[in-house]
Design a protein around this ligand. Structure first.
Ligand SMILES: Cc1ncc(COP(=O)(O)O)c(C=O)c1O
Length: 368
């Protein structure tokens, strides 16, 4: 591809060059089944295990809490259905209306099976935690709250939510896919977490669950793996690649965030010169997700027109399809015009000032 201005890092990121090299090394030198008893199996296991340990240490979590899956979609499914399997009498789930489809769809499936799914209301763009206090019941299976909402970057107050859950002895799960490597995360704030490698410059096809409670029943049964909770031959290169991208993301978090904040400030100040453009800013948000509305423009058409200018943004999160109204933008702005004309621009430390200039130019052209 020739010129490309990529602003869709929240949908997925390119694989880091050094991680790619490391994965090649694993594929050529440490590819043995790590459950094999011969020396090559033992060496491969030691190599993979050393990366898992470093990843757990970078995340400040015990190695035993880390379960590898195929991605955050599987992690979310595993936690929700695995909990449902463990506690068949608890048929009430509390979540938010702004979860990713990989939580919404499993919740929908459980609802069809007779579960009651309740959404914590928002008040002025923020979760109403007083309402949450009144919602927890004896039969509540879990509370699940996405850490960073994918379309607007709204940051949810996990610590305060965990305090409420602790009081009522209900476990808290969080989908941390848009948070890890983008904002400082404290795993003490949750009982279960999910995240994915391809959002942090790691390979696609691998993610993780962090389970800080030992009560989830496995969904995938079969041959020996790294954990009894998820059967299947461990994918050595994917695990090592994911682990290294995670270590890199945590170690360079402060620097990456600083770079993204600077780019964001440049973008926002330039936006002031585009009359039709409104920045949809949550009260508390992360810097790498920017959401703007081009008032009176159809958001899908804006994405198409920007694409013709080689600027790649998205109308919403990549998985939410062709929805005409952004629930997330409506929640934080309470403005239907903004919610029907919003686009997501997601930034990275790899974004350049020239790319920002190209985007501003393209936005001006689209709004003419
Ligand atoms: C918040 C959130 N959760 C879950 C997912 C699904 O992740 P994966 O692609 O690893 O299954 C995504 C990816 O778009 C996401 O943004």
């Amino acid at each position: 591809m020739s010129v490309m201005n990529y602003f869709d890092y929240s949908a997925t990121t390119p694989l880091s060059k050094s991680v790619n090299q490391l994965m090649q090394e694993v594929e050529t030198s440490y590819y043995a089944n790590i459950n094999a008893k011969h020396d090559f199996g033992v060496q491969s296991k030691a190599f993979v295990q050393s990366y898992i340990e470093s990843m757990a240490s970078a995340l400040s979590i015990p190695v035993s809490s880390l379960i590898f899956t195929s991605g955050a979609t599987e992690s979310n499914n595993m936690i929700l259905f695995g909990l449902a399997k463990s506690y068949p009498n608890k048929k009430h789930i509390i979540t938010t209306s702004l979860e990713h489809h990989s939580m919404i769809s499993p919740c929908g499936e459980l609802q069809r099976q007779g579960y009651e799914i309740e959404f914590i209301p928002y008040s002025q763009g923020q979760l109403d935690l007083n309402a949450l206090k009144g919602m927890i019941r004896e039969d509540t299976l879990c509370v699940s709250v996405i850490a960073v909402e994918s379309e607007t970057g709204l940051l949810h107050p996990l610590k305060a939510i965990k305090a409420i859950c602790n009081e009522r002895q209900v476990p808290l799960h969080s989908d941390m896919t848009q948070a890890i490597g983008k904002v400082k995360v404290d795993f003490n704030d949750v009982n279960y977490a999910s995240f994915s490698s391809h959002k942090i410059y790691g390979p696609k096809g691998i993610g993780a669950c962090c389970l800080f409670k030992d009560d989830i029943k496995p969904l995938i049964l079969g041959g020996r793996s790294l954990s009894k909770l998820r059967a299947g031959t461990p994918p050595n290169a994917l695990i090592v690649g994911f682990a290294q991208s995670c270590i890199d993301a945590i170690q360079s978090l402060v620097q990456r965030v600083h770079e993204v904040e600077q780019l964001r400030n440049v973008f926002i100040s330039e936006c002031a010169n585009i009359e039709q453009l409104h920045v949809n800013q949550p009260k508390v948000g992360v810097p790498h997700i920017l959401n703007v509305s081009l008032v009176k423009c159809d958001r899908h058409e804006v994405v198409r027109l920007l694409s013709l200018e080689q600027c790649y943004v998205s109308a919403s999160s990549a998985c939410s399809g062709q929805e005409n109204v952004s629930k997330a933008v409506l929640t934080i702005t309470q403005n239907m015009d903004y919610a029907t004309s919003s686009i997501r621009i997601s930034l990275s430390h790899l974004t350049t000032k020239d790319e920002i200039a190209s985007l501003i130019k393209a936005l001006k052209k689209v709004t003419l």
